[in-house]
Design a protein around this ligand. Sequence first.
Ligand SMILES: [Zn+2]
Length: 147
Amino acid sequence: MVDQTTIMKSGRCIECGALELDQYSCYEQFGFPLAWEQQNPELYALHFWLVSCYMIQHPSNFTDAGYELLVGLFRDAYDHDWDTATILGENRRRILNVGKIANPLPHEERSRTLKSWTGTINDIYIGGEARAIDNIQKWRDVIRREL
Ligand SMILES: [Zn+2]
């Protein structure tokens, strides 16, 4: 199954290892917290973390330089506990030094390598909206440790 950013094989995302759940692909599960946060300002405050956690686990969306930018921003924001305004400002500043961010190859031609993580979008999906804030914070901690 091919969708916007992920390929599922034998019920698993071939890039982050997330399981297909309730017939939703990895990318479709990512759509749930994106919808929840629209009605939930406290959850929306974690938007950068939700998106960057997901994207860090799907490097095929990026050029090498684009991925390095993302990981560097994530690390610095985490280690220095930056607020959203600081993160967005830094991102705008750093992006000027990077040519292409997004992988220009069509999805079906991208190379994807499986990397196992302690947490994936599965945990956010399974926990549901009620536990989303907590689970996104845990996801962020896990990724920072495993980067
Ligand atoms: Zn995935």
